[in-house]
Design a protein around this ligand. Sequence first.
Ligand code: XIL
Length: 387
Amino acid sequence: MHGMSRRAVLAGGLAATASFSAAAPLLAADEAEQPLKDIAAARGLRYGSTAMASQLLAGDSFTNLVIREAAALVAENEMKWLHMSTAPFRSDYRVADCLVDFAAAHRLLCRGHNLLWYWTTPKWFKELSDRKAARAALLRRVTEMVARYRGRIDSWDVVNEPVDAAADRTDHLRADVFLKQVGPEYLALAHTAARAADPGARLVLNECGVEYDTPDMDRKRAAVLDLVETMRKRQVPIDALGIQAHLTVRRYPFSEPKLRDYLRRAAAMGLEIQITELDCTDNLAPADIPARDRLVADEYRRFLDVALDEPAVRIVMTWGLSDRYSWIVRHENTPEQWRPGGEEERPLPFDRDLKRKPAWYALAAAFAHAPRRERGVRREHPTAVEG
Ligand code: XIL
């Protein structure tokens, strides 16, 4: 790709843009040659990706692609508690350090993912038999992690996926291991400890299942906003709402007004909004690759056109860059999301061979046409001075 002539890139870019949707606004010639991070930065937005330490340390063409396209980095798994801690109260920081060092060396903004997630909690924590010990373990996890990377992490997903809208609880908290072991105050405890350990890091509540127009997702959006409002009222520190944005082709209806309203209401509470894990499953799309890639790109564009209209959205992370490395392709998601015919899924902006796909052009066009954000505003932490 790097060796391509200007005309070849331009012709390829315009052809790909034109073929996946006649309605898509074309990119200017110079934009078709720029990396996504630059197209985003021109509008005051940041674009980044997840990666694994092994992919970054390889020093190969994929590593170079990350450096070229991304302005932000988040660890795919290596900062999750389960992955760091096998013995009670002990953690191994070596791999996490590598990722944070890589980000610093290449001037990438680093997101922290995540401090607590019910799905990746060490077995020993689940087995602690008294509440005091569990509370101490949770606080130690949060404080040690955040303090270790103080000043080097832009935003922390403090609790990943805390909400269960179907739960029979007025606080909408998921009946997870933290609720069981510590009690409902665990969320405020974690946020307060994170703020104390690094007053300059943005604290994010990261949720899935809020992107489409289904009764479940209606309830989820309402529950998340309700929870955040309660946190605000109780002065629990929180700076941003994370929307995972694991999209899916042809599975659910989409409602532009409902997504807009969700973003607007979060922004009205003074929160920044981060798109944290954007990708797209294609198991309900036809096997034909051009048709499939077009549907995936359309899904990206439809979502981003609405999301980027909201000025509080400042950062977009995709959950990987290339189909070579995706949890969807590795079938680490649920079996209903796997392609029935066994063809490899194509969820990300670059294909296995690191060639740009229609999804890349959808991201590029969405960034290029996004309303311009105020430059510099984001660098100031909203509540750092109070911390
Ligand atoms: C996924 C990773 O990509 C996989 O490698 C792992 O097997 C499971 O977790 N929501 C999240 C991410 O918040 O941490 C998940 O990442 C994807 C869903």
